[in-house]
Design a protein around this ligand. Structure first.
Ligand code: ATP
Ligand code: MG
Length: 709
């Protein structure tokens, strides 16, 4: 129960004395304002310098009387219970027959510890030491010798009641302060609990590390789950000790300015398992200690799903592609099989044999073109790169392009005057230009202008940022613009897929742009597309610039029949029976001696059986029985270092690269080859010449698309 005294009432004083006349004396002195009281106030003001005190009319004290110690004790208890406690008690020392003053006080103070007391005594019943021994050290006790002076009593009453009031105020204030501190502490605890719980319960892995040494101060449950380490295992260990991830190691030493945003890296668990994460770091101070809040996002599952999606998309494209290839080849095979069937069954005299053979030849040539396109798309096309001026190439092909797309169109060439050098395959770039021009034509059914331009461009890092596949550096750019139908973003997102076409059946195979895509990637370049429906499209092809001076344009070789063989021995190694038979037949007819084998070991056997040295090995690159063309050549060269070798493949000489024994500069004859090409190649090599050199590039950059709205 609180003992808030009623401040509007005068202070309450208890007189404890067995002599009733003493009570009267006290009442006279303290009960009302007296001349002595006024005098005392003046003295008080003079003493304590209380000159600014408002001139209030002083009020007397409220006086109660008790004639025995026990009675006094009861009154004090009651006053405390009523919330109107006594401020001061004047207590006589001798009060027979009951408690004396000291004993009375010892009881009273238990009920009212703040009570100020004055022991009134005529004799020296107790020494001060005796009193303090019984009552304990106290500053609430004074001694008043009887007979007492009025002024003395008043002075004591005023001073002690004021002391009591001040003490009470201080106590209340302290209680207030204490309450406030407790409340603030509770609030702080609540807030700390809130944040601590939020930190701990967060599904985002979080940790706090000290900048000074990189030690983990705190971490949450999700962080433990991610790293497979308990909070105890993490606490106190440094980032370096834990070998958590390189991204954090890289940004050390940590400072109060260290900041990191979504840095992709691999996080290792103690068992070596890896998680792909995005890691962020934000500086914060704990007290005066600079720390970093580490926020981690586990992207492992997301990346897995993305990879699965990409795989699914790839499978879809492959499916579409397989269907497209089957469709094209079935058409061609129908023609070939039909014609051959006719030649076999019908009376030859009734048939135009020549026309049928011509049809078969055309169908097989179309099939060859088709496989070339597929190789270009898969970036396995054989390249013959040389330094050439892109502007010159465009100028030279302009006539051919005009013829190709027809009279309704004007081909406008806007080229840079200085050479725009690239190291590229001329035929490949012509194919790119042709396919782009044909698409431009198809986008403008009523005719129009097709603009073709070239320029040398230097891309800075900031330019390259625009497109994820672009990169900084010097590039040659080839542009083809039309003002035709344009494309929607949906169409643009698919145009480089093989067999994607919006054209009518028979009008387009959907291989044009995928071929371009393959060729450009093989040249380590990329394609950018801008298009607007109804306004037209621009295709920009970026190729790495080259500093060399352009070399001479290839002059078309004269179609002369290759020279006859002079009985040289040729070893033909080919697992495809039909191809092998054809090659052998042609070589024999042309005056060569031919040995043949379907694989490497069989070829070595043939070689050993032959009594004369073999002059030339014509070998396929990929063969059964575990021996590649390269391995076979290596074996045979040991036996005859002057052996001439021609490699052939329907695939790409890239396979040769896997054959470490084969350096650059080999003779390579790509399939399909016609017999004239074969005979020419054989003759050239036997006479000490070299076949054109090929190069296969894998192409690191992607084709990219952008839309201008
Ligand atoms: N310049 C262009 N303007 C509008 N649409 C275009 C343009 N170039 C390509 N396209 C769109 O991209 C699709 C794919 O083009 P791509 O060249 O790969 O195949 P295609 O032209 O349909 O057939 P192919 O080139 O094999 O004969 C086209 O069918 C067309 O929808
Ligand atoms: Mg096309």
């Amino acid at each position: 129960m609180s003992h808030t005294p009623n401040s509007s009432l005068p202070p309450r004083i208890l007189i404890v004395d067995d002599n009733p006349s003493i009570h009267d004396d006290f009442r006279k002195i303290l009960g009302a304002k007296t001349a002595a009281q006024s005098h005392l106030e003046d003295v008080e003001n003079a003493l304590f310098g209380n000159i600014n005190k408002a001139p209030t009319e002083p009020i007397g004290f409220r006086i109660d009387s008790a004639y025995q110690g026990l009675e006094a004790f009861e009154k004090v208890k009651k006053a405390v219970a009523e919330g109107d406690p006594y401020v001061l008690a004047f207590v006589d020392v001798r009060m027979p027959p009951g408690w004396d003053g000291i004993e009375t006080l010892s009881h009273i103070w238990k009920a009212a510890p703040d009570l100020q007391a004055v022991i009134c005594t005529a004799y020296s019943d107790y020494s001060w030491d005796e009193m303090t021994q019984r009552l304990g050290q106290t500053d609430s006790l004074l001694i008043l010798k009887k007979p007492f002076e009025t002024v003395e009593v008043l002075q004591m009453a005023h001073a002690l009641s004021q002391k009591w009031a001040l003490g009470r105020q201080a106590k209340l204030r302290l209680e207030d302060l204490d309450r406030m501190v407790r409340q603030r502490t509770a609030e702080l605890h609540a807030s700390e609990e809130r944040f601590s719980k939020a930190f701990q319960a967060s599904p985002i892995p979080l940790a706090i590390i000290r900048c000074a040494d990189g030690a983990v101060i705190d971490s949450n449950q999700s962080f433990s789950t991610l790293t497979h380490r308990s909070a105890e295992e993490l606490r106190g260990k440094t980032v370096a000790d834990l070998k958590l991830c390189e991204a954090l190691a890289e940004i050390q030493p940590f400072t109060s300015h260290t900041r990191l945003r979504d840095k992709s890296c691999t996080m290792r668990r103690p068992d070596g398992a890896a998680r792909q994460v995005l890691i962020s770091a934000e500086p914060l101070s704990l007290g005066s200690i600079p720390c970093l809040l580490i926020i981690v996002e586990d992207t492992t599952e997301q990346l897995k799903i993305e990879a699965q999606l990409r795989q699914a998309q790839k499978m879809e494209v492959i499916g579409r592609m397989a269907a497209g290839i089957a469709h094209e080849f079935n058409n061609l095979l129908t023609v070939i099989q039909g014609d051959v069937g006719l030649l076999q069954s019908a009376n030859p005299s009734q048939l135009d044999r020549q026309a049928l053979l011509e049809q078969i030849m055309q169908a097989s040539q179309r099939a060859a073109t088709f496989t070339r396109q597929l190789l270009a798309f898969s970036r396995k096309q054989v390249l013959q790169p040389r330094t050439l001026d892109l502007s010159e190439l465009v100028a030279r092909t302009k006539k051919m392009l005009s013829r190709l797309i027809g009279e309704k169109f004007e081909v406008k060439v806007v080229c840079e005057s200085d050479p725009v050098s690239v190291c590229a395959d001329e035929g490949g770039l012509e194919q790119v230009l042709m396919n782009l021009a044909l698409n431009a034509r198809d986008a403008m059914p009523n005719g129009g202008i097709v603009e073709i331009g070239t320029s040398a461009v230097t891309l800075r890092e900031s330019d390259a940022l625009r497109n994820p596949e672009a990169r900084a550096g010097r590039f040659a750019c080839m542009r083809v613009t039309d003002y035709g139908s344009g494309m929607t973003p949906q169409i643009i997102s698919r145009i480089f897929d093989p067999f994607f076409t919006t054209k009518d059946v028979g009008k387009g195979t959907g291989l044009g742009l995928s071929t371009i895509h393959g060729i450009v990637k093989q040249h380590e370049g990329w394609v950018e597309v801008t298009s607007e429906v109804g306004k037209g499209s621009t295709f920009q092809v970026f190729l790495p610039a080259c500093d060399n001076t352009p070399t001479e344009t290839k002059v078309a070789e004269k179609q002369v029949a290759p020279a006859e063989g002079k009985g040289e021995i040729i070893l033909v190694v080919e697992d495809e029976v039909a191809v092998r038979e054809l090659a052998c037949m042609a070589l024999r007819k042309r005056g060569y001696q031919v040995l043949q084998a379907s694989n490497g070991p069989a070829a070595i056997e043939e070689w050993q059986k032959c009594s004369h040295p073999v002059d030339l090995l014509l070998t396929d690159m990929v063969m059964p029985n575990g021996m590649s063309g390269g391995q076979l050549a290596k074996e045979l060269i040991k036996r005859n270092p002057r052996l001439k070798i021609i490699y052939t493949s329907g695939y790409s000489p890239e396979i040769l690269k896997q054959d470490s024994i084969l350096a650059q500069g080999i003779n390579f004859l790509p399939k399909p080859y016609d017999l004239t090409a074969l005979l020419k190649a054989i003759r050239l090599c036997l006479d000490g010449g070299r076949l054109p050199q090929y190069e296969v590039r894998s192409g690191k950059t992607q084709t990219i698309t952008t839309v201008v709205s």
